[in-house]
Write a protein that binds this ligand. Sequence first.
Ligand code: BEZ
Length: 211
Amino acid sequence: MSLQLGDTAPDFTAETTEGQIQFHQWLGDSWGVLFSHPKNFTPVCTTELGYTAKLKPEFDRRGVKVIGISVDAIDNHDKWADDIKETQGHALNFPLIADHDRKVANLYGMIHPNASDTMTVRSVFVIGPDKKVKLTLTYPAATGRNFDEILRVIDSLQLTAKHQVATPVNWANGDDVIIVPSVSDEDAKKKFPQGWKALRPYLRLVEQPKG
Ligand code: BEZ
């Protein structure tokens, strides 16, 4: 069965462009994003990796470590890294796993044989500091992912892990949030003394909690 939300992200050792890592140890207390690439020297992946390198300061600011994976050998990764820097204007600044034996890809269910039995799909796993899977995304090889959306989701995951709120449709950091239904009005008065707007008894909007 595929990995589901709340499952422990499988640990592994792997060779990467930044040396050998043990995944859980490498994550430490950070959040993590593990994302797969169908194959090296493919155009969509080249753009995704360059853009993620550009966004690295945004991931750092949120305490998130990013790591890519492709089912190719390490020497192949180094040559591809040169191409990413030259064509995207951003050099790889996070590790890329060389998963030539597909050990990690199989562990995380990144190969979907009915799509391709040689390449991975575009998987994303967001992992919390407790090593649990908080979010999964699966895109087909021909569709590049939106890494701004991944940052937006991380903002929501980090906020909702800390406060008893949920984020509404198309929410962006700073927008009002929803008080979760399990919080009674009585408890909400203590948690949100500034008050809230109740559009329905079950739909209570409140200013985004700080911190
Ligand atoms: C790409 O990464 O560009 C790609 C990979 C497989 C199929 C189509 C595009």
